[in-house]
Design a protein around this ligand. Structure first.
Ligand SMILES: Cc1cc2nc3c(=O)[nH]c(=O)nc-3n(C[C@H](O)[C@H](O)[C@H](O)COP(=O)(O)O)c2cc1C
Length: 174
């Protein structure tokens, strides 16, 4: 049984968390990205993201398919956009074969949680996955973490991974 980190990150926070998980658990990563990249300017990014989330659009992805059968455990990371999973994650959630998989979500957000977890969980459970041990990481929007915040987040992630290893066996990467 093997594990994979699957994540989307626009401004780098979720990517940072994904990197720590991969390193700590010794597993590979798969980055979700939209076919049409998001603008780097915040006002333009927010306008497009708000339209996608508000209209429940599922933007096309630039990724190839993953062979889902190879992975029993998925660490799924994404930011919250307007109280929902970021739009490319909604596309991925609706497309991936979740049947029989155990998903450990790690969700980054600035402070307003909304319906993101409930929406994600509904799709995953309907698709036949078990959703376990979600980790919520608070990152300030449009700001880098200071050293103390960075150390705190790192510790939260490491404790989370170690707990998962204890509960699900240390061989999640085999
Ligand atoms: C378009 C957009 C919408 C956002 N909406 C929310 C929100 O509704 N609630 C919240 O807590 N944070 C919100 N944020 C902040 C992000 O969730 C947070 O900064 C996250 O860590 C970003 O992850 P990333 O750097 O991996 O893209 C939003 C950020 C963006 C860019």
């Amino acid at each position: 049984m093997s594990a994979l980190v699957i994540y989307f990150s626009q401004t780098g926070h979720t990517e940072k968390a994904a990197g720590i998980i991969c390193e700590r658990a010794g597993i590979q990563r798969f980055r979700i990205y939209p076919k049409t990249p998001y603008p780097t300017r915040y006002d333009a990014l927010e306008a497009r993201a708000l339209k996608e989330v508000g209209d429940r659009l599922l933007p096309l992805l630039g990724n190839n398919e993953i062979d889902a059968r190879r992975f029993a455990y998925i660490f799924l990371g994404f930011p919250i956009w307007y109280g929902m999973p970021a739009a490319p994650v909604m596309t991925f959630l609706n497309r991936f074969d979740w049947k029989g998989r155990t998903v450990f979500p790690f969700i980054t957000f600035g402070g307003l949680y909304g319906r993101a977890f409930a929406e994600m969980e509904k799709i995953l459970r309907t698709g036949g996955a078990a959703v376990k041990d979600e980790l919520l990481l608070r990152f300030p929007y449009r700001k880098d973490l200071n050293d103390e915040e960075e150390a705190r987040i790192q510790l939260m992630i490491v404790q989370w991974i170690e707990g998962i290893k204890r509960r699900y066996g240390t061989n999640i990467r085999k």
